[in-house]
Each structure stands twice: as structure tokens, then as C-alpha cells.
Design a protein around this ligand. Structure first.
Ligand code: ADP
Ligand code: 5GP
Length: 207
């Protein structure tokens, strides 16, 4: 008998600069049973980014070898040249151990995960306006103006995918947005479809 539920797989997407990282950090500070999946990428580290914490930074050769070994749950090739992928084993292990796992991935990756894990909860993060997304992206100061323009153009394609998501969160005030994320997680954990382990344990007690 399995005495605890499997963890919940939470997929978070949204345009670059909308505040996904900010919200996820705040959510994890307040919820110890949530684990963040660390992706692999071929993009260069930003100042302050730490290997194994923010990403596993790989050369293109290393990344492709991981693809060949089937080590990714999903991966994509974006912004013209960079690869990003979700290592499979960490996610599967944590879910099995009852931890909720967050994947912060792009819309294409999210659709692949939805197919492979129909139980996953998909949240799309957006901002009060497109101009606010652009000013946050510029304000973060981590991309060149050329990269900002590329990412901002992609944002218009990404928001078209909102109907494919289970929930949409407008990140206006950080605390309010995090509260909405927590409320969604609480409700999702109570779904009857995630409670099979309960009937199994009741049967085991002989009642
Ligand atoms: P993403 O992970 O989606 O690319 P970040 O979390 O890096 O975005 O946020 C981009 C910038 O916007 C950062 O400088 C962050 O401090 C800022 N930011 C995030 N949320 C808000 C908010 N609700 N209001 C104003 N600025 C925000
Ligand atoms: P950034 O370069 O700003 O860290 O991330 C750029 C984009 O790549 C974001 O939309 C982010 O969600 C996405 N991303 C990061 N890791 C992964 C991943 O493992 N898979 C997919 N599909 N997208 C990812």
C-alpha cells in the first residue's frame, strides 16, 4: 500500500521578464514541500547564476549527448540557437517521494509535459500589460537590447497559448500573485482524482 499521495507536477510558463522567477522563489520560501526542477541549458550564465541551482550549464555537445541518452522529459531549441531541457530522473523521483515539483518552462515544453503527464497543473503567468512586460525585461538588465526585442516578440506568440493552460495569473503585486498560486495548489491537492491512495488505505484497514 502507498500511504501518501504522489507529488503534484506544476508547470509554469509566461513571457520572459513577466516575473516567473520572482514568484517561484517567493512560493518556495513559503512552501517547504515544493521542489524546483533545475533545467539544463546551452545559454551562458547570467551574473549571479549558479551551476546546479539556476541551471546546469552545458555545451551544445554535452546537451545533445544527454538528448541521445534519453535523459530529458522534454527539451526545446529556442531564441534561434539555445537549448533548454528538463532532466527526467529528478522530477520522477521527487514526485514518487510525494514532493510537488515545479517546472518553469516555455509553452512548447509545457504542451509536451501536458501530453506525457495529463495530471500536471499548468499555470500561465502574465503581467497587467505588454508594455509592463517589456519594461520589466529591460529593468532586469540581463539581456542586450537585441535579446530583449527577440524575447518580447516571442511574448506575443506565447500569450496566444493561454487557453491551453489550466490557470492564468496576473503578476501585478507579487504577494497577491503568490497567494493565488498557493490557493490553486491547495485546491489541486484536494482533487478527488488525486486521492486514490485514500481509498486504498481505507481498504487496507479492513473497513
Ligand atoms: P522571469 O523569470 O519571468 O523572466 P523575473 O522574475 O526575472 O522574470 O522578473 C523580471 C523583472 O521584473 C525583475 O527585475 C523582477 O524584479 C521584476 N518583477 C517581478 N515581478 C514584479 C512585479 N509584480 N512588479 C514589478 N516588477 C516585478
Ligand atoms: P531564461 O533564459 O530567461 O532563463 O529562460 C528562457 C525561457 O526558457 C523561459 O521561457 C523558460 O521558462 C524556458 N525554459 C527554461 N528551462 C526550460 C526547460 O527545461 N524546458 C523548456 N521547454 N523551457 C525552459
Amino acid at each position: 500500500m502507498k500511504e501518501q499521495r504522489n507529488g503534484l507536477l506544476l508547470v509554469i510558463s509566461g513571457p520572459s521578464g513577466v516575473g516567473k522567477g520572482t514568484l517561484v522563489n517567493a512560493l518556495m520560501e513559503r512552501n517547504q514541500k515544493i521542489k524546483m526542477s533545475v533545467s539544463a541549458t546551452t545559454r551562458a550564465p547570467r551574473p549571479g547564476e549558479i551551476e546546479g541551482v539556476h541551471y546546469f550549464f552545458k555545451t551544445e555537445e554535452e546537451f545533445k549527448a544527454m538528448v541521445d541518452r534519453g535523459e530529458f522529459l522534454e527539451y526545446i531549441h529556442v531564441f534561434g540557437s539555445k537549448y533548454y531541457g528538463t532532466p527526467r530522473s529528478f522530477v520522477e523521483q521527487q514526485l514518487e517521494n510525494g514532493y510537488d515539483v515545479i517546472l518553469e518552462i516555455d509553452v512548447q515544453g509545457a504542451m509536451k509535459v501536458k501530453q506525457a503527464f495529463p495530471d500536471a497543473v499548468l499555470m500561465f503567468i502574465t503581467a497587467p500589460s505588454m508594455s509592463e512586460i517589456k519594461s520589466r525585461l529591460i529593468g532586469r538588465g540581463t539581456e542586450t537590447m537585441e535579446q530583449v526585442e527577440k524575447r518580447f516578440a516571442t511574448a506575443f506568440e506565447e500569450i496566444k497559448m493561454i487557453p491551453q493552460y489550466d490557470y492564468v495569473i496576473i503578476n501585478d503585486v507579487v504577494d497577491v500573485a503568490v497567494h493565488h498560486m498557493e490557493a490553486i495548489l491547495e485546491a489541486e491537492r484536494c482533487r478527488t482524482s488525486r486521492s486514490n491512495y485514500l481509498s486504498e488505505s481505507i481498504e487496507d484497514t479492513g473497513r
